[in-house]
Design a protein around this ligand. Sequence first.
Ligand SMILES: NC(=O)c1ccc[n+]([C@@H]2O[C@H](COP(=O)([O-])OP(=O)(O)OC[C@H]3O[C@@H](n4cnc5c(N)ncnc54)[C@H](OP(=O)(O)O)[C@@H]3O)[C@@H](O)[C@H]2O)c1
Length: 348
Amino acid sequence: MPHSVLDWAFVLAQTTNMQPLNFAILGPGGIADDQHAPAIKRHPDAVLWSVLSRSPERGLHFANKHGLSAPQPCFSSLDELSADPLLDAVVIATPDRLHAEQVIACARAGKHVLLEKPMATSLAECDAMIRACSENKVTLALAYHLRWHAGHRMVRTRIQEGALGVLRHMRVHWTFAAKDGTNWRSSPETGRWWSLAANGTHCLDLIRWFMIPTEGEIIEVKTLTSNSKFQSPHDETSIVALLFESGATAEICVSVQFESDSRIEVYGDTGSVRMEATMGRHGQGDIYINKEPFPFEPVSPFTGELNNFIECVRNGAQPEVGQLEGKRNVEILLQSIHSSGSDSYPQP
Ligand SMILES: NC(=O)c1ccc[n+]([C@@H]2O[C@H](COP(=O)([O-])OP(=O)(O)OC[C@H]3O[C@@H](n4cnc5c(N)ncnc54)[C@H](OP(=O)(O)O)[C@@H]3O)[C@@H](O)[C@H]2O)c1
């Protein structure tokens, strides 16, 4: 009897006798090297096939390190990479401002896309991406891996079953200390947000995932930002307040100015949940329901995320986080910087 998502994927691949999907990675940087490449290598229905890098040396280093399988695995041109008829899907892990152009090019080449967050930096870009994917019948999934944290999933089910009574408030705190102000997220050429894109978009996704089924849509967004440490054109600390249709509220505190442990709190009429240090990449941390420890088995959230993507490519289902949810997340990030008056690229 299969136990894990990978066991099930293995059984499916065996029984259906399908060829595994060949994956390319666009952007062999931090998250691709640390999480996406190992997750693809582990998956029985995926092959790590090729890579796009602006630098042939970086591409080759990545190909050698992770054992890429294509006869010619390294590309500096997206047109050439995506012309490969044996390539099925791409993971896009490049700076936020590159997402739209790259997704549209991959969709036109018929490649399915697992896209790092946030989806894009404007709503017009999101619409163009959605159109390209729909016209070319390819799957577009957003990589909000924290939905695949085993503890988060179990707690959310308990909350949906009424464990906390009527939900009233959710708070998510997640910060880190950037070493200086040179990150691409702090440049208007490559990003539009910093703290909001690095961490805030994940916090927002979790809040939407936990609250919307019972509390309705977010109807008001108010945000304060600060760039007092690096004088970045973009937000270094953001405090976001959210109001739901039901009257429930939520708040996000994200920053690249200081280090702290992440914390999620959910409050209802009859109980509360606290999740300490669960917001990283490895599916770990501690969870308490009504102050009692809540056990869960840590698993890599990137495995569940990839598995969901592959299932959707295989059977045409909607991904856990699809393109419309990706666009709505961007819309709220835009409302945040507009309400704080800190948008470096005001939209018409
Ligand atoms: N899910 C998560 O927890 C998580 C965590 C971190 C990041 N992310 C997301 O993943 C994406 C990549 O973030 P990252 O932290 O991995 O960034 P990173 O380490 O800087 O890597 C980005 C890669 O994109 C390529 N690139 C192409 N054009 C670039 C440009 N103009 N400037 C900088 N790099 C460029 C670079 O590879 P070459 O130079 O070799 O072309 C670089 O290695 C972003 O969308 C980010 O929000 C998600």
